[in-house]
Design a protein around this ligand. Structure first.
Ligand code: KG4
Ligand code: ZN
Length: 354
C-alpha cells in the first residue's frame, strides 16, 4: 500500500473506509455519504474456526493480522479509489474480541495518523442497526424503502441479542438483551451437538425447511419480569436432552425436525419481543439486523406478524447482515459529522457500558 500525502480532501466531501475486525471476519469497505457501497470485501475465517466448532480468539487475531492489509487494498481497488479520496477512516472499536479489535484499531491508527485523516471508533451494534440504510450500488443501483427514526431495533447475531429503542443514528437506548447465549450462539451450539458444521445458522435454517416446526415442543423463555430480555440456554439444553434421550433409546435422530422445532422456538421469541417493544413504546417501525436476521423463517414470521399489527418491518440486504466493513463506514459518517473522532491513545472495548 502506498501513501501519498500530497493531496488531501476536506472532511465530508469524499469517501469513508470502514474497517471491521471484531470477531472472525476481516472486512473493509468504501462507502459514500449517502450510503452507496463502492466496495465491500470480507475475508471470512469460518473454514479455520469450523474445525474447532467455534471461534478460537487467538487464531482470529492472528488471521486478522495476515488479512488486514490485502483486504483494505482490495476494498480500495474495487471502489476504484485511493487513500487520497478518503475523508476519514471508521473502525470498529467494540464490542467484540479484544485481541481481534486491537488489530483493526492499530491498523486504522497507523493509516489515519500519517495521512492526517480523522479516525472514528464505531460501536459494532450501532453499525449493525444502520446496515439496512446501505445501498449496494453493484447489485441494486438504488436504495429500497428505508425506515424513519425512531424505531425498535433487534440486533441478533453470534455475539449479541438485544433490543434497542433507536431514536437516531447515534442515539440508541438498550431495552433488553440476552442473559446467557446470543441467538446465533444457540444456533451454533445446537449445530455442534447435532454434528453439523460451524456456523450453525445457515445449516440449521436449510435443514429446517425439510422438517416440522411442531415435531418437538421446545421451551420459549418469555421472562415476564424483564420482558425485553432473552434467554436461550434453556432451549439449547432442551435440544441436548432430546438428542441424548433419543440416542439412549437407539432411535434415529430426526435432525430436520429438531432443526425446524428449535428454529421455531428462537424465531417465536425474537418476533414476539420485538413487536411487544414496538407496542410498549408506541412505535410503528421495527428493524432486525445482525447475522441471524438473514434467517428466512425469522424474516417471514416477522414480516407476517408486523403486517398483522400494522407495523413496518425492515431488514438489511443479506450481504450486510453478517459482519462487514460497509456498516462500520456508514456509522462512521454520522460520527464524523458529530465531531466524534478518536484520540491517538484510544483503546478498544470488549463490552458496552450499558
Ligand atoms: O453478525 P455476525 O456475522 O457476527 C456477530 O457479530 O456475531 O453473526 C454471525 C452469526 C452466527 O452465529 C451464525 O450462525 C448466525 O449469525 N447466522 C444465522 C444465519 N446466518 C448466519 N443464524 C440463523 N439463520 C441464518 N440463516
Ligand atoms: Zn456483528
Amino acid at each position: 500500500m502506498t501513501l501519498d500525502h500530497s493531496k488531501k480532501k476536506a472532511a465530508g466531501d469524499g469517501l469513508i473506509l470502514g474497517v471491521e475486525t471484531s470477531c472472525d471476519e476481516t472486512a473493509a469497505a468504501v462507502v459514500a455519504r449517502d450510503g452507496s457501497v463502492l466496495s465491500n470485501v470480507v475475508a471470512s475465517q469460518v473454514d479455520i474456526h469450523s474445525r474447532f466448532g467455534g471461534i478460537v480468539p487467538e487464531i482470529a487475531s492472528r488471521k486478522h493480522v495476515e488479512a488486514i492489509v490485502p483486504v483494505v487494498e482490495e476494498a480500495l481497488l474495487r471502489a476504484g479509489c485511493s487513500l487520497d479520496d478518503l475523508s476519514a477512516i471508521a473502525v470498529t472499536q467494540g464490542p467484540g474480541l479484544v485481541g481481534a479489535l486491537v488489530v483493526g484499531l492499530s491498523f486504522s491508527k497507523a493509516l489515519s495518523i500519517p495521512l492526517g485523516l480523522p479516525l472514528c471508533g464505531v460501536n459494532h451494534i450501532q453499525a449493525h442497526l444502520l446496515s439496512l440504510f446501505l445501498k449496494d450500488i453493484a447489485h441494486e443501483g438504488r436504495k429500497g424503502p428505508v425506515p424513519d427514526f425512531p424505531f425498535i431495533g433487534l440486533v441478533v447475531s453470534g455475539g449479541h441479542t438485544s433490543l434497542y429503542h433507536v431514536r437516531g443514528p447515534l442515539d440508541m437506548e438498550l431495552l433488553g438483551s440476552t442473559r446467557d447465549d446470543a441467538a446465533g450462539e444457540a444456533f451454533d451450539k445446537v449445530a455442534k451437538l447435532l454434528g453439523l458444521p460451524y456456523p450453525g445458522g445457515p445449516v440449521i435454517s436449510a435443514l429446517a425447511e425439510r422438517g416440522s416446526p411442531e415435531a418437538f415442543s421446545f421451551p420459549r423463555a418469555r421472562l415476564p419480569k424483564t420482558p425485553f430480555d432473552f434467554s436461550f440456554s434453556g432451549l439449547k439444553t432442551a435440544v441436548l436432552q432430546k438428542v441424548t434421550e433419543l440416542s439412549n433409546r437407539d432411535e434415529r435422530i430426526p435432525v430436520e425436525d429438531i432443526c425446524a422445532s428449535f428454529q421455531a422456538a428462537v424465531v417465536d421469541v425474537l418476533v414476539e419481543k420485538t413487536l411487544m417493544a414496538a407496542s410498549e413504546y408506541g412505535l410503528r417501525t421495527i428493524v432486525a439486523a445482525g447475522g441471524v436476521s438473514a434467517n428466512p423463517m425469522l424474516r417471514q414470521q416477522m414480516n407476517r406478524k408486523a403486517e398483522e399489527a400494522g407495523i413496518a418491518c425492515f431488514f438489511p440486504r443479506p450481504e450486510f447482515c453478517t459482519d462487514n466493513g460497509a456498516m462500520v463506514a456508514y456509522a462512521g459518517w454520522f460520527m464524523l459529522e458529530a465531531g466524534m473522532t478518536l484520540a491517538p491513545d484510544a483503546d478498544v472495548y470488549s463490552r458496552l457500558a450499558v
